[in-house]
Design a protein around this ligand. Structure first.
Ligand code: URA
Length: 241
């Protein structure tokens, strides 16, 4: 039988490694999270609606990317999440596995989530594009326009309290093409009643480690917004957590 103390020590070690990866030396104080019963019915209906959406993505021919993809990449995490991370588009690893943010940038994102005190399975992770652009090129405006209804549907189903856009593409997709990520990162914006905080993309952070401190500041703001009940509700990253 697994030793619970070893499991706890392992989880703590993982958390500390996540903090180190972000260059974090001090932690924000947070109040203990109060458990709340999540509605099983609403969770089941969210899961069913997301499964339907995944089927529509699989059949989608709205742009040519379906011809070159291996797998569509729809989401990872909890349909009940209060925090949604939105990236740009699947890369090579994501295309092969059909799961968002599993490559090098994804590993950093996982550490960032853990540094916030959450687990990857507590948040909802997705991208603007569901299919990989060949060679990881930047998505074309027509591809983003074709794919955006899927992201809008994901937002309508999951109904997160806070959205964290990762990088310029996701931020522009939701806030408009003239938005500059360097100008708006770390600020709060409204996206149809949901609080949105743009931050740098983890791939950018891997290329520019000094920018990690800004991303960490943005994530602390996200955590504070969740704790203060942004959009209503309780603390934690997931309903009932
Ligand atoms: N970069 C993204 O924007 N999304 C992924 O899923 C992986 C890398």
């Amino acid at each position: 039988m697994a030793d619970p103390r070893r499991a706890l020590a392992g989880a703590l070690r993982q958390h500390v490694e996540g903090l180190k990866a972000l260059g974090v030396t001090a932690l924000p104080r947070s109040a203990p999270t109060a458990p709340a019963p999540a509605s099983r019915a609403s969770q089941a209906s969210k899961t069913a609606r997301l499964a339907q959406l995944a089927e529509e993505v699989r059949k989608c021919h709205r742009c040519p990317l379906y011809r070159t993809r291996t797998h569509p990449v729809i989401s990872d995490g909890s349909p009940n999440a209060k925090l949604m991370f939105i990236g740009e588009a699947p890369g090579r690893d994501e295309d092969l596995q059909g799961v968002p943010f599993v490559g090098a940038a994804g590993q950093l994102l996982t550490k960032m989530i853990q540094a916030m005190g959450f687990r990857r399975e507590d948040v909802y992770i997705c991208n603007v594009l569901k299919d990989r652009p060949p060679g990881n090129r930047t998505p074309e405006p027509e591809e983003m326009e074709a794919c955006l209804p899927f992201l809008e549907e994901q937002l309508a189903i999951v109904q997160p309290r806070v959205i964290c856009t990762l990088g310029a593409v996701a931020t522009k997709a939701l806030l408009g093409p003239h938005i500059s990520i360097t100008k708006v990162r770390g600020e709060t914006r409204d996206y149809h009643g949901i609080t949105l905080v743009p931050t740098f993309h983890p791939a950018y952070l891997l290329r520019n480690p000094p920018a990690k401190k800004f991303a960490w500041a943005d994530l602390k703001l996200v955590k504070k917004l969740l704790e203060s009940g942004a959009g209503g509700g309780r603390q934690g990253a997931r309903e009932g957590s």
